[in-house]
Write a protein that binds this ligand. Sequence first.
Ligand SMILES: [Zn+2]
Length: 598
Amino acid sequence: VLAASAALSACAVLAVLSACRGGPPRVEPPDVRGPLVLRVVHPARGATLQARGATWLIGSLGDGRATLTVNGRPAEVRPNGSFLAWVPLPAGDAPAYRLVAALGGDTVRDVLPVRLSHPGPALARTGPLRIDTASLSPREPLRLRGDEPVRVSVRAPANARVWVAAGGARHPLSPGASSADGATDGGRGAERWSVELPAVRLAGRAVLVAARGADTIRLPLAAVDVADAARPAWVVLRHRPESAAREIAGRPEPDGDSRWFFLPGTRLQATGARGDRVRVRLDGGQEAWVDADAATPLAAPADPVLRAGAPVLASAAGWVDLSIPLAAPPAFRVEQGERALSLTLYGVEPGSDAPSLRADGYVREVDAARELPGRVRYTLRLAGAAYGYRASWRDGVFVLRVRRPPAVRPRTPLRGLVIAVDAGHPPHGAVGPTGLRESEVTLQVARRLARLLERRGARVVLTRSGDGPVALEDRTARALNAGAHALVSIHADALDSGQDPARVNGTATFYHHPQSAPLAAAVQRRMVERMGRADRGTRTRNLALVRATWMPAVLCEGAMIVHPDEEAALRTPAFQQAYARGIADGLEDYFRALGGGR
Ligand SMILES: [Zn+2]
């Protein structure tokens, strides 16, 4: 805390100096006087803390002269009465933070109970046998091929015996070897026991048994179903009618990040299931996981391989279409390179027809290569940077529509462009120490940004203009429907409970697709210049608002709302304007640089 406050005062000095040169606005909370009121904003009462070792507390005291201790340790109070304390996790059977605030002769006390996500109860080596039933894996019903390995594991005392009873056989678990969090359990006498078995051994009824002396514990395992390889099941991908989403996300792991975005109507073989996810086969070399409620079983099997007709390249004013005749929507993936797009079609054999690919000023060349049996990859070489694309299938033709970068005048780069401005949240959103809501700030900054962009000749589409919640899919849909040339989502960051906002704060920009990297870099550079906060850089993250592919999309975390000084700054019109100007200048830089290849 001491080191952090030294850093803060250094920033304050810099802010004063640069304010003299007309630089970033000064960031220093105002003096606030008032009655002593202790409000804790984070963590919530009774919250489960995922942190290890220490966590952060934020809130306010109503007066900047008040003092605060948390479990006996003094915390820094800022001039506006806000506080940020980095405190060790409490111990004991009823973990809690004891807060004592004082001002003049007044004292206010509060006890904030919390829960800790510890690795499980202590399991004694003596006395009645206990095992950690919550640690049992697998926990969800599985459907797999018979030879696929399933890891069975549980936390149990080191001096017990543990096995799986299935099909009349006993499969012993071994202690220690495959524990995720270290072999033993900190001297608490418990270990992670595990064994890997082929799914077929667990089919039917399998029970985990732990025994010590005269005690025995029996726990039924989640059901394991073996998929019949001779009679493959087929599904068609399709969202529930109420969903605003168009594509169906596919993941390399059941809980992994989305990598594929399949078109509705895609038919695939289902090869497994885990809980509410279904595994589908894209081709002989690739499988993916999709939501079970987006995979409807098909009565009759589909054709395992689609045959592609001759691809055609067609130019239009705003885009170039690569059209490939295919009887049904294929599983596909688009990847972006520096000046290239590649389209992989799974479960597709290229036709024998010679491709008739007329060259275009933007899409210079298209190559097709058969990567594997049943997999073909088209590489599109572009005259300039990749800018946007979308895929569709209609009436027997799959189309990859490659968007041309807009024509840009260097002096007025935003003139005539459509910019989607997204005020992040609600629902959800972070709250600052004095109660400032992220969704209020983002709307203020969005409105300021809209005015700046309109003054520079752009047409602005706000994905939210009121206080009510707007779903993520609806925000992206509004940007797409408006034909936006760029999408900027505005946020004010928070951290998870294991990171200290006194050390990690400032400005960051997120993006997902390589086409958005130059925009993210331009906006980040200008935001840091305008706001004068620490540069946390640009990073990739698979967030809904930056997943759109038809336009470059970035998500800005201009400042950390849970940081007392940054929250105070975010309340001020000058800082909100600096945030908006940083984004507007970044957009201008990006489109000016894009002006070249079209
Ligand atoms: Zn946010």
